[in-house]
Each structure stands twice: as structure tokens, then as C-alpha cells.
Design a protein around this ligand. Structure first.
Ligand code: GDP
Ligand code: MG
Length: 194
């Protein structure tokens, strides 16, 4: 959270986290496509092969009011590939909330679990309390015929107590439900600090 009192702006950061190809960029693309241009900026995607350079997507939304301040939600994705750990750590810095995008395909559960574990490690390193930090879970690719049953997904990702959504982001299903719940959780958490 960063408040620019001069401009009356409340800057909030939400990171879409998860394994490679789970659908993080697809979420941002759908949000960008369906949000009126006066409420959003351009969708910026930075792609590089090198760990030293950041590799992410970025989209800014200006929606609602918090204590007379205009919230600017800065949405980021992280690169999912294991070797981009340093980028993920950097992108997570200063984040106010996370959307964890899990891939529902049975063959992707190990990647989901590894990604979930590294996310928790980064958050702990950065001094966050996992019990109170806003993490919203999106079980994506529910449209695929070999999607794991939801109960298996929940059990294998220790999401106890977390808000979870089913999604098919490529069709837009569940994308805005996930985003709204995350924005609300982030704003509720930030209000406690104001
Ligand atoms: N069937 C299906 N494919 C999806 C869904 N969401 C994303 N994809 C596809 O999965 C691939 C990876 O998505 P992308 O957003 O680039 O993943 P990222 O690496 O997490 O950013 C793309 O080909 C998407 O079109 C979904 O809900 N269902
Ligand atoms: Mg991506």
C-alpha cells in the first residue's frame, strides 16, 4: 500500500501467482478486454529470456473509493517457470494481496503444489503473516474434461479457510468474481492499517 496524499490516491498491489501456463495472463487479458477504458490503463507485457530482466504483465484499474481516496489497483502476474524465482520474489515485494491461479489438470498438481509452497516461502521471507494475508484461490481450467474434482484440488493445496473460485479464464468464467473478492479482501485488510 502506498498513499499519495497530494493526489488523493491509494495504490494497492495485487499479484497473480501460480505455475507456468495456469492462466494468469489470460485473467489479465480478460479483465483488460472487459473493463471500460476510462477505468483501466494499458495491458503491459514484458517478455524476456533473462532472469535479470523482469518478466511480467501489468494492468492498472481505478475503481471505487476508500476513505475518500481513489484506489489504484496495480495487477501483476509472475512468470511461472521454476527458474524465474528471483523475478517472482521481486514482483511480490510490497504486494497487498494474491490471486493464486491453480491449473485444474491432474498432471499439473505437482506444479501447483510447488508454486504454492514457494509463494508461502516468499511471503514469510517478506514478513507477512500467512494467516491474515489476503490470498484468494482460483481453480482454473475447469472446462477441461480431465480437470481434477474440486475436492481433490482443495485437499492437495491446503486452502483451508481461503476463499476459492472455479474458473475457465479463457472464456472469462470466474475471472471477475475472483478479482472482486480479491479487491474486497485487500481493501478490508488495508482499512485495518489506516
Ligand atoms: N482450456 C482452458 N485453457 C485455458 C484457460 N485459461 C488459460 N488457458 C490457456 O492456457 C494457456 C496458458 O495461459 P496463460 O494465461 O498464458 O498462462 P500463464 O503462464 O499463467 O500466464 C493458454 O493457451 C491459454 O489460452 C482455461 O480456463 N481453460
Ligand atoms: Mg503469463
Amino acid at each position: 500500500m502506498f498513499i499519495n496524499w497530494g493526489l488523493g490516491e491509494l495504490n494497492l498491489k495485487i499479484v497473480y501467482y501460480g505455475p507456468a501456463l495456469s492462466g494468469k495472463t489470460t485473467n489479465l487479458q480478460f479483465i483488460h478486454a472487459r473493463t471500460p477504458p476510462n477505468l483501466r490503463g494499458r495491458l503491459i507485457s514484458l517478455k524476456t529470456q533473462q532472469e535479470r530482466t523482469l518478466f511480467f504483465d501489468f494492468l492498472q484499474l481505478e475503481i471505487g473509493k476508500v476513505n475518500n481516496l481513489k484506489p489504484k489497483f496495480k495487477l501483476y502476474t509472475v512468470p511461472g517457470q521454476t527458474y524465474y524465482a528471483a523475478s517472482r520474489r521481486l514482483i511480490l515485494q510490497g504486494t497487498d494481496g494474491i490471486v493464486f491461479v491453480a491449473d485444474s489438470q491432474a498432471g499439473r498438481m505437482a506444479e501447483n503444489q510447488e508454486s504454492w509452497y514457494t509463494m508461502e516461502q516468499h511471503l514469510i521471507e517478506q514478513g507477512h503473516n500467512l494467516a491474515t494475508f489476503p490470498i484468494i484461490v482460483q481453480f482454473n481450467k475447469r472446462d477441461l474434461p480431465h480437470a481434477l474434482p474440486l475436492s481433490d484440488m482443495r485437499n492437495q493445496l491446503d486452502v483451508t479457510g481461503r476463499t476459492c473460485f472455479e474458473a475457465a479464464a479463457a472464456k472469462g468464467a470466474g475471472v471477475f468474481d475472483t478479482l472482486k473478492a480479491t479487491m474486497n479482501a485487500v481493501v478490508a485488510q488495508v482499512r485495518k492499517q489506516m
